[in-house]
Design a binder for this molecule. Structure first.
Ligand SMILES: [Zn+2]
Length: 418
């Protein structure tokens, strides 16, 4: 008894501690951002190994970063351009947000101080080619390689510590090609697409950039946002985007590359899919076709009346409203008079089930009235002509007349028609 109560007490403490940590998380982020108590902050750092997941971003690839619901990674391309990049840096600093920047070699060459500022602020720095040609999808591989190398050389040259350069590359204009990707991957460089852009390179208003960023993020629930730190509209939209991210409960994730002394964050392969299959995804639980029970049966059972009965438990789910209405109408139809089923004495009787098709009914009736009917298989069936049977074989009315000289009510109508 004593032992079990200790266990319970320990557990309750653990639960309480966990609850406090969870509840305290947002406050902890703000506390980590001196002078900015309402900052969004950076919720965690994700360490990735480019060799394990070489292509990321669902705009183009199957895999993306292993983010949890409501986690966002901010990325900025085409800088550094002091006029705007410095403002972006300040906005991110005010919110204690760590982002990833994809640098153009020419920009780093012209503004090496801008690269150093990014590194000093703790952001991740990858590259984005030498001078941003929008022809990566069709340029010769040696030229693509020269573009990749130029970006890497000038960006790392701008750094005090070139080992700070992340092996992350974003193809200009996302103009991907297999050859380029394979080249990057063979060198251990991760190819970054994105999960959604905000169209901030187009001639749209800052408000439109903000709307697109939030709308597209909300549509996917998490992911990599593609922005540019060389646009006035991005600078204008960014504070509003960040405020709204906070209001909607989103969290910022900082991504860094794995190194010898910094192993990759443990993840399951399925987490690298934007929407991993779950228990609630029906297709994940469907058996393969050969396992279907009815795949081994010649026929399926026909639905019975009980299947259509409004009283059954399943009815509200399987029957649409319209069918119920029809069922109500059917219930009010008058019952047929007894004389409709009167059969003249001595006539050939055709017993027809309602499940027989018209063609089958005709065949049965013909067999019954043929000279050798008694010897055939059909001859053993007690055949009764009914209104239905006669209706089903108008073309054989004359034959029917010979076999059944005393006309029934329906036979008369057939005679008229003939
Ligand atoms: Zn670009």
């Amino acid at each position: 008894m004593i032992g079990s109560s200790v266990v319970v007490r320990t557990r309750s403490w653990a639960v309480l501690l966990l609850g406090l940590l969870t509840a305290a998380s947002p406050a902890a982020f703000a506390a980590d951002c001196p002078g900015h108590p309402d900052a969004l902050g950076t919720s965690r750092t994700l360490v990735v190994d480019p060799r394990e997941h070489p292509r990321i971003g669902t705009m183009q690839y199957r895999e993306t970063l292993p983010l949890k619901d409501h986690e966002v990674v901010l990325t900025f391309d085409d800088g550094p351009l002091p006029k705007y990049s410095n403002q972006v840096l300040q906005i991110l600093a005010n919110e204690c947000i760590k982002a990833t920047f994809f640098i153009i070699g020419e920009q780093a060459k012209a503004n090496p101080e801008g690269v150093r500022k990014l590194v000093a602020a703790g952001h991740t720095v990858g590259t984005h080619s030498m001078n941003h040609p929008l022809t990566f999808d069709r340029m010769p591989l040696d030229k693509a390689e020269a573009q990749i190398n130029g970006g890497i050389e000038w960006t790392s040259a701008a750094m005090t510590d070139p080992s700070k350069l992340a092996p992350f590359f974003r193809i200009p204009g996302l103009m991907r090609a297999d050859g380029v990707e394979n080249l990057l991957i063979s060198r251990g460089i991760q190819v970054w697409s994105a999960d959604f852009p905000a169209d901030d390179w187009r001639h749209v208003s800052p408000d439109r950039v903000y709307q697109l960023a939030i709308q597209r993020l909300e549509a996917k629930g998490k992911g990599i946002l593609l922005l540019h730190d060389i646009q006035a509209r991005t600078v204008a939209a960014l504070p509003k985007i960040i405020r709204d991210l906070k209001a909607r409960g989103y969290r910022i994730v900082h991504v860094v590359p794995a190194t010898a002394d910094r192993p990759a964050t443990p993840t399951a392969a399925v987490e690298w899919l934007l929407h991993p299959p779950t228990e609630t995804t029906p297709i994940a639980r469907w058996p393969a076709a050969p396992n279907f029970v009815f795949a081994q049966t010649a026929t399926l059972p026909a639905p019975g009346l009980a299947d259509l009965n409004a009283q059954t438990a399943h009815q509200p789910l399987v029957l649409p409203r319209r069918t119920m209405a029809l069922a109500d109408v059917a219930a009010t139809l008058p019952a047929p008079g007894r004389d409709l089923f009167a059969i003249p004495e001595g006539s050939v009787e055709v017993l027809l089930s309602t499940t027989l098709s018209r063609r089958a009914a005709t065949r049965l009736a013909m067999a019954a009235e043929a000279p050798h009917a008694g010897k055939g298989k059909a001859g053993r069936i007690q055949v009764r002509r009914t209104a239905h049977a006669a209706h089903a074989m108008p073309k054989h009315a004359a034959q029917a007349k010979i076999a059944a000289p005393r006309p029934t009510r329906v036979a008369t109508s057939v005679k008229k028609r003939a």
